[in-house]
Design a protein around this ligand. Sequence first.
Ligand code: ZN
Length: 499
Amino acid sequence: MGNLTTQYERFADLVKEMADVGHAQALLSWDQEVYMPPQGAASRARAMGTLAGIQHDRQTAPELVDLVTALGVADLQGDMAVNLREVQRGQKRALSLPKALVVELTQTESLSHEAWVEARKNDDFATFQPWLEKIVELKRQVAEAVGYTGSIYNALLDEYEPHACVEEVGPVLADLRQRLVPLVAGIVDSGRGADKLFDQPFDIGPQETFGRRVMADMGFDLEAGRLDVAVHPFCSGTSPKDVRLTTRYSANLMQTSLFGIIHETGHGLYEQGLPDAEGMPVGSAISLGIHESQSRMWENMVGRSHEFWQHYLPVLADHFPQQLAGVHVDRIYAAVNQVESSLIRVEADEVTYNLHILLRFELEKAMIEGDLQVKDLPGAWNERMESYVGIRPESDADGVLQDIHWPVGLIGYFATYTLGNLYAAQLYRKASVDLGDLSGQIASGDLSGLLGWLRTNVHTVGQRRTAAELVQDITGEPLNVDYLMQYLEGKFKPLYGLD
Ligand code: ZN
């Protein structure tokens, strides 16, 4: 097999070719959401299936397996070690899953998705229940096949938040829940009414102009990325030099459109700042949680801050004089930070949002660990909604049937949203300390200090550190709920006149 250098070079060539297949997959799925006409769906699905098969064959090809084995005993250092570690992780997972199980899971997810669409439309959990039972059973089989230490749930969590485990993350999330519930109750009991500022139409043209202005100010490079319109906002891409963002505009949902752009731009800045490693794993994002920390930091800690609106209210008012002339910055700040107990996760504000997530995390963990039967899920859901957020769904359509995640087999995913908020708060605090006058910079419209800090401390690290290591390296301590709670209490208690 030749000497170590030759072996590593061959290994790298094969991995980069896999990245090129991934490049094609990413672009096809982006196109599917942005441009593809409806009748293109069938042939696109076949093409995607073929590419997934090619990817699997390459990942598990004997030559690559042998190279990984040979390099595994070679004590690689630095980026080479990171690349080997990540390829090994993916290969081990792919090799341990029997093909029959993969096929059955893919088919089940597709059928279960259809069943869920109907069930949600008809508010009929009973027709969806057997599908979810099957998904849970197959996911348990996946976990047994790939292996785990501690909870069986770790095998699923690891797919989205690599190297994390519930034994560490679970207590942090439980702590957060215990502290959030009274804060939400206090806000709801304060009785402050909703502001109607955004309950009026805003023309789409100027919305887009303003959104693009904020995006440029944040530092998103349009020579290395695009913003298009799609039904679901998302961020994808093929390399740091080609990052694709989408958003949607609606005259009656000005806030959703604007904060959607800021959120996705946060993701996009991370992608553009990753090391250009020609498709090698070291240049990839660390985890979904770290990715979400970047979007949530820009969306909430920056975009929903008083200092942000000190600078941007006059700019926005120039675009919308009819709606915003004479509006005080305190009013728009309050309007973009309204807290409401709502049943629907995607409409939730930044305080209650985490409770929606924690409920899902707890329930899916219990289902996978065998502590909760699927037939008991709606009841467990409704009870928790009532005790966490203070309202009980009238229907399963507004309750357990609202999310697409479980129907399509995304179990182990939800926790990454709240981990993202926790990482964001802890990192933002450190950025504020390091930068000295971050609030002042933002108030004067200068967002470059924060981006520079993120580039240095987070983006350029790529996958050289795990999420837990990154947080420890940057802030000098493990993930700590105090930062998110201090941030939320510091912002929302004054807004709602608490204490
Ligand atoms: Zn996101």
